[in-house]
Design a protein around this ligand. Structure first.
Ligand code: HEM
Length: 514
């Protein structure tokens, strides 16, 4: 007591019980006051949304972790309108004006949530939130995605697609002219083989072996991990570090093996002779540029390694989702299937003529793929953006600094105001006079400085894949949806789960050789 000033010595100190009571009260009151502030005085309090979402981020986290965020957001937009407050600090938009207001605004950047660095030594990736690093990588990789480079890489892609068609034909021959396959698996195998070849210098050999390589299987589980980390990153409590410590030893081992194989593959590619037509060559050329070297802006081997694994994933799962979704709808809509088949078989007489350059003008083919991507957008829930200093105006309304903005593709593409009869597969939306109107609200590859670098390549791969399948086979439903390769009988593509990527279920398709 002697250390207290004499004036305070008269004040009675609380007993242990009283102290526990006060601390408990603070622990209960603080979150309650935060919830109350969020729904009353918060700068976003005038935006509509359910009370639970306006008060706390927990409902958003739960929907994301269950894999239902895409359908949950659609339900919210149908109820509350084109701008919804989906978490205390986040607004979601289905108003098409938001595309340009958000993605073409240089002061609105990616929020550092989905692809945050785990430690300071880790390099940045092109998907990250650091704008300076992003600008460097964009310049370094751009050369690999120019018109000329895309045409050059297309030959490799056509080779793998051809190999897949041969394998499927072989399976049909063994089955007296027909077979039932899980198209999701075949599309995953071929797209990862293509991306592996162009980013790592060698494919995974999945098509050749008729089964997915272990690297591909592990990668397919990453979506859930990223979604979990993205949820925890909202709470600034170092929970991601704790999560890493809690990971089962087996998962850690698989991840370490995955990282090591990535490392070896990229180093192997870097040792290959110059001039290979792939996505690495452009970075090597960029690094040799004198002005780049002078400014100290070259890419390190660690940066190339990380970004190549981003490219493998960004370039494969997305493309395979787009074609899986398109096929899912085509085999359930025989009228459109016939139109697409007629166009392809009417244009080509030999399979080898179906190439990147010869398929770009096929109107029905392009329209069915767009409609497939509208109903099953590969990037269904998007990395949120953050409003910079001073705030911005989005869709005619002021949004304060620090607000997270998201334009999630699933709800905007299923919005009845923009796409009438939104759940119907109707490729005529992307044909003739309707095309311009639909396209104004349809940016599956985004727009602006973060838009998809691989858009042209993706279109080439999607067209060649689908056209060759339609040319070589009669495609139909298996006629017995249930367990097994047929899948579980979804009524809509959107019933599947999404984390950052779709958890695609089996897609059974009957193939008959033409
Ligand atoms: C149907 C197929 C594809 C779709 C729908 C798609 C969609 C997207 C979207 C929406 C983004 C922006 C992500 C964000 O900032 O929130 C993106 C970025 C990106 N995509 Fe794609 N993508 C596809 C295929 C590809 C392919 C084939 C490649 C490469 C071979 C690729 C490489 C990239 C890269 C490098 C970025 C980052 C660009 C940047 O930040 O500047 N994508 N993609």
């Amino acid at each position: 007591m002697a250390i207290l000033p004499s004036s305070l010595q008269a004040v009675p100190l609380p007993s242990l019980l009283q102290s526990i009571g006060i601390i408990s009260l603070i622990l209960v009151l603080t979150p309650l006051l935060i919830l109350l502030y969020n729904v009353t005085l918060h700068p976003l309090s005038s935006y509509p949304g359910p009370l639970t979402h306006r008060a706390s981020r927990i409902p958003w986290v739960l929907a994301l972790q269950k894999g239902h965020l895409h359908t949950h957001l659609l339900t919210l937009h149908n109820k509350y309108g084109p701008i919804v407050r989906i978490a205390p600090n986040e607004l979601s938009y289905t108003d098409p004006t938001a595309w340009k207001d958000i993605y073409l605004n240089p002061r609105i950047n990616r929020a550092d949530l989905w692809f945050r660095k785990q430690n300071p030594q880790e390099p940045y990736s092109i998907m990250g939130a650091n704008e300076d690093a992003h600008a460097k990588f964009k310049r370094a990789f751009m050369g690999g995605f120019s018109d000329r480079a895309t045409r050059e890489c297309a030959g490799t892609m056509e080779g793998y697609v051809g190999a897949m068609i041969d394998k499927l034909r072989e399976l049909c021959t063994r089955g007296q002219g027909e077979t039932v396959v899980d198209m999701v698996q075949w599309l995953n195998m071929v797209t990862f083989d293509v991306s592996g070849d162009l980013s790592f210098g060698s494919s995974f050999g999945s098509v050749e072996n008729g089964k997915p390589h272990a690297w591909v299987e592990i990668s397919n589980q990453f979506g859930k991990g990223i979604a979990l980390v993205a949820s925890l990153n909202h709470y600034h409590l170092g929970l991601t570090k704790l999560l890493r410590k809690m990971m089962p030893a087996k998962t850690m081992e698989r991840m370490a093996w995955h990282k090591q194989l990535t490392h070896e593959k990229v180093r192997e590619r870097l040792r290959m002779s110059e001039g290979r037509k792939d996505f690495v060559q452009c970075v090597l050329e960029y690094n040799r540029d004198g002005s780049v070297q002078e400014k100290g802006r070259t890419c390190t081997e660690e940066e190339i390694e990380l970004n190549m694994s981003v490219l493998v994933f960004a370039g494969s799962d997305t493309t395979s989702t787009a074609i899986a979704s398109t096929l899912w709808y085509l085999i359930r809509n025989p009228e459109w299937l016939s139109k697409a088949v007629e166009e392809v078989r009417g244009t080509f007489s030999r399979e080898e003529d179906i190439r990147m350059v010869t398929t770009s003008k096929l109107e029905v083919l392009n329209a069915v793929i767009s409609e497939g991507m509208r109903l099953g957008p590969p990037s269904a829930v998007t990395v949120p953006r953050i409003v910079g200093k001073g705030g911005e105006v989005v869709c005619g309304r002021r949004v304060p600094e620090g607000t997270l903005l998201s334009l999630n593709q699933y709800p905007i593409f299923r919005s009845a105001t923009t796409f009438p009869a939104p759940n119907t597969f109707d490729p005529s939306r992307f044909l003739g006079l309707s095309r311009e109107k639909s396209s104004a609200a349809f940016y599956p590859f985004l727009l602006g400085r973060h838009s998809c670098l691989g858009e042209k390549f993706a279109w080439a791969e999607m067209r060649v894949l689908l056209a060759r399948l339609l040319f070589g086979f009669e495609l139909s439903l298996t006629g017995g949806e249930g367990e097994g390769v047929e899948g579980r009988g979804l009524r809509d593509w959107g019933e599947q789960k999404t984390f950052i990527f779709w958890q695609k279920e089996r897609l059974g398709v009957r193939l008959q050789v033409v």
